[in-house]
Design a protein around this ligand. Sequence first.
Ligand code: PRX
Length: 487
Amino acid sequence: MDAQCNILVTADGVYRGDKLINLKKIASEALDRCKESSASSVQKCVVVKHPAFITSSDASSSLQTPWDELCDIWWDDLMDGVSDECEPEWMDSEDPLFILYTSGSTGKPKGVVHTVTGYMLYTSLTFKYVFDYHHDDVYWCTADIGWITGHSYITYGPLANGATSVLFEGVPVHPHVGRLWEIIEKYGVSKFYTAPTAIRLLMKYGKEPLQRYDLSSLRVLGTVGEPINPEAWLWYYDVVGQQRCPVIDTFWQTETGGHVLTPLPAATPLKPGSATCPFFGVQPAILNEHGEELEGEAEGYLVFRKPWPGIMRGVFGNQERFESTYFRKFPGFYVTGDGCRRDKDGYYWITGRIDDMLNVSGHLLSTAEVESALSEHPSVAEAAVVSRPHAVKGECLYCFITLKDQQEFNRTLMDELKRKVREKIGPIATPDFIQNAPGLPKTRSGKIMRRVLRQIARNEKELGDLSTLADPKVVEVLFSQRCEAAA
Ligand code: PRX
């Protein structure tokens, strides 16, 4: 609705591991909801028969694809009899290429707009240099094609370079925990790109699953999406790359279009956990709270001084939000929303988000978005969500729930709350911890003190200055009822 699109393209179903997901049913429910609003613009829904189901009658019959004769059309029927020739449409270099939605700290997602030439130039160039791409390479990025890593480094960057790529639909541990290593051996993958969360997951199974496969084709190992802890970095380097392959920790965002801080293989000396130095033409700076630029060794807000070809061109339909989110806090700079430290060698170390965002398995979520989903439950008076470190996912969600009078906090309610978040945002946002909070720590002006909630979630007893709290007793109660185990 936000993008005022006319056509929705989806598939009948998809497997995630051994779980069959009825994609068309989800799409139909979303379209029904859009139709309830007069702003809906979608006229047609094109449905691709997923190749895996064409041969599997079990799957297609269990899907029971919902069908609206007026709106839905099979892709195969639409393409029947169409010419194989398709002339390209000539575009202006600054025409929009796509809109990709990313979480915003106020809760409503932002439609990030990228343009034809700048984005393609930048993804193509970064792909070539950051993965040290050569024509005999076999490249594999395990990301989901639907988010920015899949756009930039499965689709545009590799295709613009004519690269041979492995496209993979699946999960790393299905049907067995050596799945990724098996594929690397099978196709002779030389450049491999994945997320720290996948590395941490696979680390748990030890070296044995890797030793069953020949990984000698590997040359460069990339990571993206969240800070990589040195332990996972070293495992990737020692065990997966057999100390032969540089680990390329690429820092970037949906908004940046492509890598902005990254080592170049065999050219940049590496430090485990650091995204090292800027890519060509990128000018990072570190600012303090007052917007003063810090020189040398320093820690503060990571910003960029000058644009580069792949930077977003706007928030779709909301120029004001584009300016206020990225440019107003520190005029003259693009603000990433991340904290960062620069060491004595000029290396950059991302310390994580400094706005109300959190990163679960490399997926950016806003606490406001989850809070609003939780607050839709009829028993909930108020919800506050903070992040808590998680051994595999990097961060996970810890939710404080204040119930309306006479409502009971029990297992059923917890399950309903989890379902609500899954439906509204997606399985990635499922809360790990849900705590009953008879009251929340608030300032006298009514602002929730998230810092205190974060400390409770992490069991940090040194709370610092609580003098601005309206009722400090709330904190003791919350500490005494903290969740030790996941919900
Ligand atoms: O917090 C940073 C983290 O992911 C955020 C961007 O998320 P998204 O737009 O979904 O794009 C993810 C894929 C590019 C950043 O603001 N992030 C991304 N890469 C890294 C990272 N944090 C630390 N190190 C990285 N290499």
